[in-house]
Design a protein around this ligand. Structure first.
Ligand code: ZN
Length: 371
């Protein structure tokens, strides 16, 4: 699989990325912008620095500059050894010309879609915590009053649930919401928000972004946190089948989510009609009159019923979004954050994911479809 790899760390890999048509076009476009100030290092070298930072999973520009200054092969590929100050200025430029960066991300994804035709058919959406680079002490002193000023004013307190050995509780920072392809594990669209925002608000913008990038998602797997009626409607409005487990709400406890049944037993699923927005269920023996019935789709009875093997298979695919968050955080330096302010955190996420996607594309190109 193209995505299941640690970042390739070599000067030749870096050279390949810089020469790829998608990145080369970004360099050309950035060269074409008016960037006032001292003539500095070539844009080619600065884009290269951004790639080095992600490939080598380095949280700061200072350490990226230190690596390059000691690494003859990287220096030869970049043609120079840029300063920390130049990196900061370049990051500012990228934020100013964000549309060029977004265009580059879209080009890489479009090319990946051409190389991997199954990409983007089944997606999964989830959110993951990004603790801020700030004082995360919620209280001024133990048992004291709540701290009012933090060093990152854009960050906010959010809640995270307990996962395996990790304790649940509050955290201070941001959240990245992502739509990931369940077949390739590659991110298709993402958004950074402050931690206090609710994850269910990001489903429709992410699905829209996935479609704008040319992918045709047919299903979307989400965890229980998204089990609200609105999310089902937002998916169905986009002709995407929602795959979401039920929370134990009163209706679920009352057994309203169970398949229909009669004196002959539990009815069997007999197919869905998306246009009709309903699923057909049939009496197990066919003795009832009528022997089948259409049930309108909703949260309790989705078009892909939870009782079906297809639902279970698609829900298992949801693990790909968690795996991808893990890789981005631990192997591609999405964490720890060493920038403050939501615009800088966004840029950091965009550059990290762009590097990852560009490497996946270079691998997909090297291993054509037949493989
Ligand atoms: Zn019956």
């Amino acid at each position: 699989m193209v995505a299941n790899t640690v970042p390739p760390r070599s000067a030749s890999e870096l050279a390949g990325l810089l020469e790829s048509p998608e990145i080369a076009e970004l360099i050309r476009e950035l060269e074409g912008t008016r960037w006032t100030g001292r003539p500095g290092y070539p844009i080619h070298a600065m884009v290269g620095m951004a790639l080095v930072k992600s490939l080598y999973a380095i949280p700061t520009w200072t350490r990226t500059v230190a690596l390059v200054s000691e690494h003859a092969a990287l220096q030869a590929t970049l043609g120079c050894s840029p300063s920390v100050f130049a990196c900061y200025r370049f990051a500012t430029k990228l934020r100013t010309f964000d549309s060029l960066l977004q265009g580059c991300i879209s080009r890489v994804l479009a090319r990946l879609r051409a190389e991997l035709p199954e990409m983007g058919q089944d997606v999964c959406i989830d959110a993951s915590d990004l603790p801020a680079y700030a004082n995360g002490q919620r209280y001024v002193s133990k048992g004291g009053r709540e701290r009012e000023r933090f060093s990152d004013p854009d960050a906010s307190w959010g809640h995270r649930s307990a996962v395996s050995t990790r304790k649940g509780g509050g955290f201070y920072g941001y959240r990245v919401h992502a739509a990931v392809c369940a077949r390739t594990d590659l991110p298709l669209a993402w958004e950074v928000s402050t931690a206090a925002s609710h994850e269910s608000n990001y489903v429709s913008p992410l699905l829209d972004a996935v479609r704008e990038r040319g992918f045709p998602p047919a299903t979307c797997a989400l965890d229980k946190g998204y089990d609200v009626g609105r999310v089902y409607a937002e998916c169905e409005d986009r002709d995407v089948r929602p795959i979401i487990p039920l929370r134990e709400t009163p209706a679920v406890e009352a057994g309203k989510a169970a398949p229909p049944s009669c004196e002959h037993g539990e009815w069997r699923f007999a197919g869905s009609d998306a246009k009709r927005h309903a699923a057909k269920w049939r009496c197990p023996t066919g003795e009832c009159k009528p022997a089948s019935q259409w049930i309108k789709a909703d949260r309790l009875h989705p078009l892909v019923p939870r009782e079906t093997p297809r639902w279970r298979k698609l829900y298992k695919g949801r693990a790909s979004v968690e795996r991808e968050f893990g890789r981005l955080k631990h192997e591609w330096s999405l964490l720890p954050l060493r920038v403050r302010g939501i615009e800088r955190v966004r840029l950091h996420a965009d550059l990290t994911i762009l590097a990852k996607l560009a490497c996946a594309l270079s691998r997909a190109r090297a291993v054509p479809l037949a493989a």
